[in-house]
Design a protein around this ligand. Structure first.
Ligand code: NAD
Ligand code: LMR
Length: 328
């Protein structure tokens, strides 16, 4: 039996937390032979901490063989202590009529403090995955506070967008979901994101040779994927939770699986024209568990270049918006 790894989760009593923790404890995230200790962090608010007690009771009641301990705390120094993975979910969700960037003022500061504490107390091999919105820029904020942990340990989630794009292509082509591959998300987790359909494959063939309606690909498809979060809020009255928890499970599972090719938001190295130092979605290949290389060299036509320029511009603007927060 492997030794347990420590997995810290913020916002553990929230909507996503409730759908996520049971997947981690069941082995869906780290594999069926990897025991885990869950370090659950909530805001120092009585209602949230009480709800967390209930969630911990339910985890006990599942009798998961891989779950070797549960820590419940509102103190991030306790919750992130020796953590091998820090899953940063805890943040305000948006409501109807808001964009995710509208959350930056309130949520951004959470990631300053958490970035500092993770850098001080997490395990030497710590990996950080950010879900709280706006995820790309919050990830950049957390990474900016780290002196010990390198920036490539900090990733943000665009896997929900990749999964959404895969489903939409399968529905349009009338094929089983498993026939769709190589669909990657570039840029921000916002309506400006670019699902690069020209590289996607359907049953091994270029998606553009199966779905020949270019207007649909450039407009309906990109908009449906980009605005899916808002559509779910409009329908459900609350933001996506189960699908977000599922996407984070996929994000981490792919990151611990050498050879996996998937979309994550990482610190730009200038590839595809993204500004250095923004966190942008792009395709990566997992090298060793928790590490990855950016896949470079996908050719971009003029349409793709203009979409990437627009999403890059938004990321640069978000970075400027929080610049004073990073140094104060
Ligand atoms: P929620 O309101 O149900 O839960 C958030 C939880 O975080 C609450 O329990 C709250 O008490 C806690 N929290 C707040 N500040 C905290 C802090 N400083 N430390 C620890 N816990 C803290 O929200 P949710 O639906 O679970 O969504 C969480 C975040 O994830 C939101 O920002 C949402 O927009 C985002 N989200 C991102 C994606 C994505 O694809 N990147 C998808 C869905 C949701
Ligand atoms: C999503 O994409 O579902 C989340 O980012 C929640 C939101 O605010 O859209």
């Amino acid at each position: 039996m492997k030794s347990p790894i420590r997995v810290a989760v913020t916002g553990a009593a929230g909507q996503i937390g409730y759908a996520l923790l049971f997947r981690i404890a069941s082995g869906a995230m780290f594999g069926p032979d990897q025991p885990v200790i869950l370090q659950l962090i909530e805001a120092p608010v009585e209602k949230a901490l009480k709800a967390l007690e209930g969630v911990a009771m339910e985890l006990d009641d599942c009798a998961f063989p891989l779950l070797k301990g549960i820590v419940q705390t509102s103190d991030p120094a306790v919750g992130f202590k020796d953590a091998n993975w820090c899953l940063l979910v805890g943040a305000k969700p948006r409501g109807p009529g808001m964009e995710r960037a509208d959350l930056l003022k309130d949520n951004g500061k959470i990631f300053i403090g958490q970035g500092q504490i993770i850098d001080a107390v997490a395990a030497a091999d710590a990996r950080i995955a950010v879900v709280g919105n706006p995820a790309n820029t919050n990830c950049m904020i957390a990474a900016s506070q780290a002196k010990r942990l390198p920036a490539d340990r900090f990733t943000a989630m665009v896997r929900l967008d990749q999964n959404r794009a895969q489903s939409q292509l399968a529905i349009k082509a009338g094929v089983d979901l498993t026939k769709v591959s190589d669909i990657f998300i570039y840029g921000n987790h916002s309506p400006s994101m670019f699902p690069a359909f020209a590289h996607a494959k359907i049953d091994g063939k270029p998606a553009t040779s199966v779905i020949t309606d270019t207007a649909w690909l450039q407009t309906t498809f990109c908009e449906t994927v980009g605005k899916r979060g808002a559509a779910i809020i409009a329908a459900r009255g609350a933001s996506s939770a189960a699908s977000a928890a599922n996407a984070l499970t996929d994000h981490v599972r792919s990151l611990v699986t050498p050879g996996a090719i998937h979309s994550i938001a990482v610190k730009s190295n200038g590839a595809y024209g993204f500004d250095a130092d923004v966190w942008a979605g792009m395709p990566v290949r997992t090298t060793t568990p928790g590490s990855y290389e950016i896949i470079q060299g996908y050719a971009m036509d003029d349409f793709a270049k203009s979409k990437i320029a627009a999403t890059n511009k938004e990321l640069v603007e978000e970075r400027s918006f929080v610049a004073s927060m990073l140094t104060s």
